[in-house]
Write a protein of this length. Structure first.
Length: 295
């Protein structure tokens, strides 16, 4: 079967690629085509691929050096198994609906001085309804945000801290939001211990030369040396624009998604707390390319 590309509905970002296989990933031309697709579109959806750790690693290594996770999280050290189950999950309530697995708009690792360049994700166990992963293109956000607000945020830097406690979510909080239960396994600050923090530019320049609004409402603690009310305005604008501009992916077992973490924001829609969901995550830590993996 030939490698085919198609747009994601009516969205101006993202591309859906079909026909990628382990064998094809050994072809330098195919690997370069995937890298070009990510650089241009920000989000690559691979369909009808082998749903395995080995395939996920081969896809990830197309885009750069992978981060190793702690032994025991998954069979492959660079693949983290993420389980959301009724016994230990964060449950939130939004407008009267209780949800597990919900996440606000963010980019990954904002609390690191150098966030990861890309993420690779696949679904190991679906839920009956919901469980969608949302994506927003920061390049389009930069163009669509209110011009006066854009002028005020450009040149600012945002400070972030590693804190997954939704009760501490300060910016862009949805209407009717409350935390019903915080997961015991969530990464939250320990009293008396230092918290990992970093400051990131609110606007980045992508490798293709586009300006990108790159503000994560989640884990943001404020604007460095500035007015935090501006950050709240931007976070609320991101939420408003997401209603018009966001793509939400409904997972299939044979999907693998790759996105540019320095361009895209993502979120999770959540699902019924009585269900269990399993995801597999790989982090492309840098875009330095390793040698191809031999199958």
């Amino acid at each position: 079967m030939a490698l085919t590309a198609a747009p994601i509905g009516n969205f101006d970002f993202g591309v859906r690629l079909d026909g990628v296989s382990s064998t094809r990933l050994q072809d330098p031309a195919v690997r370069q085509r995937l890298r070009d697709a990510l650089a241009e579109s920000g989000l690559v959806i691979l369909t009808n691929v082998e749903p395995s750790d080995a395939m996920q690693l081969r896809v990830g290594e197309v885009f750069g050096r992978l981060k190793d996770y702690a032994p025991g999280e998954s069979g492959a050290q660079a693949v983290a198994k993420l389980v959301t189950n009724p016994e230990d999950c964060t449950i939130v309530e939004i407008a009267g609906e209780r949800l597990a697995g919900w996440m606000p708009w963010h980019f990954d690792q904002p609390y690191n001085a150098e966030p990861s360049t890309a993420r690779v994700l696949r679904c190991g166990r679906r839920v009956t309804a919901g469980g969608l992963t949302g994506f927003l293109d920061g390049a389009q956000l930069y163009q669509r945000i209110d011009p006066a607000l854009r002028a005020r945020i450009e040149g600012c830097h945002v400070t972030y801290a590693l804190n997954m406690a939704y009760a501490d979510l300060r910016f862009g909080v949805p209407a009717g939001f409350r935390v019903v239960r915080q997961a015991k396994s969530a990464d939250t600050p320990t009293p008396g211990e230092p918290v990992r923090t970093a400051t990131q530019p609110a606007v980045r320049i992508s490798p293709t030369g586009r300006k990108v609004l790159h503000v994560s409402p989640w884990m943001a603690t404020g604007i460095a040396g500035g007015d935090d009310s501006l950050l709240e305005e931007v976070a609320q604008e991101i939420g408003r624009l997401s209603e018009q501009m966001a793509y939400f992916h409904d997972w299939q077992p044979s999907d693998i998604l790759v996105w540019d973490n320095l361009r895209m924001l993502h979120s999770a829609s959540g699902f019924e707390p009585a269900e269990t969901r399993v995801m597999f995550r790989t982090t492309v830590q840098t875009n330095e390319l390793p040698a191809p993996v031999v199958p």
